[in-house]
Design a protein around this ligand. Structure first.
Ligand code: C2E
Ligand code: CA
Ligand code: CA
Ligand code: CA
Length: 396
């Protein structure tokens, strides 16, 4: 993804040049295409827009030729580019569609190549995929789920559950994490894991995320009025990657804070390591802005990503949430125990508090206390609760 880079256009041109060069050296016939925006006139590659290119290869029998070309392209683009003295790495996701499948229009080939390209992208970095009919069916299913999600949002079928976060010092509820549920009219309650990836892909996560933020803040404000605590109850809200990269994000958060009159310091926004690492400079700027508004920040699923510690230590993070995988079976795994100990020490050195996710047993609680972990969340204490049950838990 080169477009976010300040020298993005320059990079696109260099990528295109290297791409063309790698194709000209090949033993296959690549058909010239004329409409090469921003390209020198080698004319074997067309820029489809943004950072996408199309290559048409003629007279081939099967997928082996384009696969060979795809691998050659990936090799050619694997070496870093040097832009204004800086090394820039790119990765290429390639989708292949064969016209022998029987197409009436060239647009249909492009559409299927595009579907295969997205599949390659979803599979990880620098991959290629050949289109097959199943992918087409899955793409249709995705569109269907997207339109169902749109309706669900319009009809108010989303709901939040609230899972208490408990202080390990005194056993009291310190706050809640808001977790999204879809109350489907016929299929019942659907987990966010089933529809959030689609919502993220189609962009619907933005209005959904906005709804979650507002609903969670409203609920937090109501509970803060009803249950006076010092400090006030916190409300943790999960963010998605595309929310963070949205230019209006800060404005939207400001608006929600105003509208719901929630105490800003009681709102905790949760982001994952990979979100923090994907565009470090942008993310750092954003987090400092949120911090300046008084909002707290948590790093979710900590330990599962590959954060650079020196980078993390420069971010204004208040809380590390240790991923469930390190907490479960803690008493049986000396390795997990050592990792946990190291994470807690690291967090405290960086002036962060620690929440242990997925705490399910009394043994885990005992160990977590011993490690000086401040908070825990998990089925041992509470499952995610509806509003009435959450209020009952607060009255306990
Ligand atoms: P997460 O942020 O890591 O949330 C914790 C998940 O672990 C929740 O699953 C919760 O129900 C589950 N959990 C809590 N305690 C335990 C336990 O003791 N044992 C086990 N096995 N699981 C436990 P849930 O509600 O299905 O949410 C899954 C994921 O979906 C969340 O993981 C979060 O990444 C995402 N998510 C949920 N709500 C939202 C939302 O409003 N916005 C965004 N962007 N993501 C959300
Ligand atoms: Ca891209
Ligand atoms: Ca979370
Ligand atoms: Ca988590």
């Amino acid at each position: 993804d080169s477009l976010g880079h300040p020298a993005g256009d320059r990079l696109i041109i260099e990528v295109a040049q290297r791409l063309s060069a790698s194709l000209r050296r090949s033993d296959i016939v690549v058909r010239p295409i004329d409409e090469c925006a921003a390209l020198p006139s080698q004319g074997v590659v067309a820029r489809l827009g943004g950072d996408e290119f199309t290559i048409i290869i003629e007279d081939i029998q099967d997928a082996s030729v384009p696969i060979r070309v795809a691998e050659r392209i990936q090799r050619a683009l694997a070496a870093p580019f040097v832009l204004s003295g800086q090394q820039v790495f790119t990765t290429v996701s390639i989708g292949i569609a064969l016209s022998t499948t029987g197409y009436d229009e060239v647009q249909e080939i492009l559409r299927d190549a595009d579907i295969a390209m997205y599949r390659a992208k979803a599979g990880g970095r620098a991959r290629w995929e050949v289109f097959d009919q199943r992918m087409g069916e899955q793409a249709v299913a995705l569109l269907q789920l997207d339109s169902e999600l749109r309706d669900a949002l319009g009809r108010g079928e989303f709901r939040l559950c609230y899972q208490p976060i408990v202080s390990l010092q005194n056993g009291k509820i310190q706050g809640f994490e808001a977790l999204l549920r879809w109350e489907h009219p016929s299929k019942g309650c659907i987990s966010p894991l089933e529809f959030l990836p689609t919502a993220e892909e189609t962009g619907l996560i933005l209005p959904i995320g906005q709804w979650v933020l507002e609903e969670a803040c409203l609920q937090a404000q109501r509970w803060q009025q009803a249950f006076l605590m010092d400090p006030p109850l916190t409300m943790s809200v999960n963010l998605s990657a595309s929310q963070l990269s949205q230019p209006e994000f800060i404005e939207q958060v400001k608006r929600v804070l105003q509208k719901t009159a929630v105490v800003p310091s009681s709102l905790k926004l949760e982001l994952t390591e990979s979100m923090a690492m994907s565009d470090p400079e942008h993310t750092a700027r954003l987090l400092f802005e949120l911090k300046a508004m008084g909002i707290q920040l948590s790093l979710d699923d900590f330990g599962t990503g590959y954060s650079s510690l020196s980078y993390l230590s420069r971010l204004p993070i208040d809380t590390l949430k240790i991923d469930r995988s390190f907490v479960s079976g803690l008493e049986k795994s000396s390795e997990n125990l050592r990792i946990l100990e190291a994470i807690v020490t690291l967090a405290h050195t960086l002036n962060m508090e620690v929440v242990a996710e997925g705490t399910e047993t009394i043994e885990e609680v005992i160990y977590l206390k011993r490690l000086n972990c401040e908070y825990a969340q998990g089925y041992f204490f509470f499952k995610p609760l509806g509003v009435a049950d959450a209020e009952a838990a607060l009255r306990q």
